[in-house]
Design a binder for this molecule. Structure first.
Ligand code: RIB
Length: 301
C-alpha cells in the first residue's frame, strides 16, 4: 500500500509580535523568520518522520528550493512533484508571544494543478493506496472523484475550510480529519463534539471521522466505535502545523496497520511536540521522540 499526499507547499514568513494585529491597528514585529511550510508539505514530512514511505505531489515555483530540500532531507519521495515557472505559494504568519497565530496565504504554484497532471500522477497508484488531501490547492474535487474511481482510500483534512469545498463529494471519502469549526461546517451545525459527529455520520454514514479538539484531545468514530484520546500536556511555543503533524502521523500509523487507540495516542504525542517548537516543518518531530513522549508526557486535565 502506497501513500500519496497531493497538496500544498508554502514558504512561511513568520512575524513575531506582542499580539495579533487587530483591524486598523499597526504593530512593529520584533523578528522575521522564514520556514518551509504549507499543510501538504507539513503532512508529508510528518508521515515521513513517522517512518512511512510517502510520495508528495503538487507544484512549487522557481523559488521552491527551500521546500524541495526539506522534503528530500525528511525522506519524502518527490518523483511526482512538478516545478513550474512563477512563485511558490507563501504564507504570512503573525505569531504572538503567547503562541497564537493568524495566517493569510498567497497560493502561487499551489493553484496550478491541471487535470492532465493529476491523471498522470494517479496513474501510478491503485486500489487500496492512500491519498491525503487538504484544501490549499485547486482541483481537490477532481482529485477526490478520480481517486475514488480507482478505489483509493481518501483522507481529507478540510483545511482551510471555505466554499471551494462545496464541490467535494464527502460520500467518496474514507476519512476526514478536522477540528470543531470544520466539523460544524460539514455537519451543518452541532453544539458539542458528540452532536457534530452524529450530524456528520447522519449525512455520510460510511465516513470515518477524526475530530481534533485542541487541548481537549481527539475522538475517532466509524459509527460503531467511538475512541477518545486526551491531549498531551506540553508548553505552547507555536501551534502552527500541530494539526498537520497529527494528520501526517495519523496516516503513517494507519498505513502501518495500527489500531485506532494507538494511532490517536501517537498522533496526539506528535502534535504536542510540534507545538513546543517554532516553525511549521522544523517543529515536526521524529518517531523516536514521539514514542518517548507518548510514554512520558502527562495528559491534559
Ligand atoms: O497548517 C500550517 C500551515 O498553514 C503553515 O505552514 C502555512 O503555510 C499554512 O498553509
Amino acid at each position: 500500500m502506497k501513500i500519496l499526499n497531493f497538496g500544498s507547499c508554502n514558504i512561511d514568513y513568520v512575524y513575531s509580535l506582542d499580539h495579533i494585529v487587530a483591524v486598523g491597528e499597526t504593530e512593529t514585529s520584533d523578528k522575521l523568520e522564514i520556514f518551509p511550510g504549507g499543510k501538504g508539505l507539513n503532512q508529508s514530512i510528518a508521515a515521513a518522520r513517522a517512518g512511512a514511505e510517502v510520495y508528495h505531489a503538487g507544484c512549487v515555483g522557481e523559488d521552491g528550493g527551500l521546500l524541495t530540500d526539506v522534503l528530500l532531507r525528511s525522506g519524502v519521495d518527490l518523483t511526482y512533484l512538478k516545478k513550474i515557472d512563477g512563485k511558490s505559494g507563501h504564507a504570512i504568519i503573525q505569531l504572538s508571544h503567547k503562541g497564537a497565530n493568524s495566517i493569510f496565504l498567497y497560493p502561487g504554484a499551489n493553484e496550478k494543478m491541471t487535470k492532465e497532471y493529476i491523471d498522470e500522477v494517479l496513474s501510478h497508484f491503485e486500489k487500496g493506496d492512500i491519498l491525503c488531501l487538504q484544501n490549499e490547492i485547486n482541483l481537490v474535487e477532481y482529485l477526490v472523484d478520480k481517486a475514488y474511481g480507482k478505489g483509493m482510500r481518501i483522507i481529507l483534512n478540510p483545511s482551510p475550510f471555505n466554499e471551494k469545498l462545496d464541490k467535494v463529494d464527502y460520500g467518496k471519502l474514507s476519512f476526514v480529519i478536522l477540528n470543531e469549526v470544520e466539523g460544524r461546517a460539514i455537519a451543518g451545525g452541532g453544539n458539542d463534539p458528540a452532536e457534530i459527529l452524529a450530524n456528520i455520520k447522519a449525512k455520510y454514514p460510511r465516513l470515518e471521522i477524526v475530530l481534533t479538539l485542541g487541548a481537549k484531545g481527539c475522538v475517532y468514530t466509524d459509527g460503531d466505535r467511538e475512541i477518545y484520546h486526551a491531549a498531551f500536556d506540553a508548553p505552547v511555543i507555536d501551534t502552527t502545523a500541530a494539526g498537520d503533524t497529527f494528520t501526517g502521523y495519523f496516516m503513517a500509523e494507519l498505513a502501518r496497520g495500527k489500531d485506532y487507540p494507538e494511532i490517536l495516542k501517537i498522533a496526539s504525542a506528535a502534535s504536542a511536540l510540534a507545538i513546543s517548537k517554532k516553525g511549521a516543518a522544523p517543529s515536526i518531530p521524529l518517531l523516536s521522540d514521539v514514542l518517548k513522549a507518548a510514554d512520558t508526557l502527562p495528559l491534559c486535565e
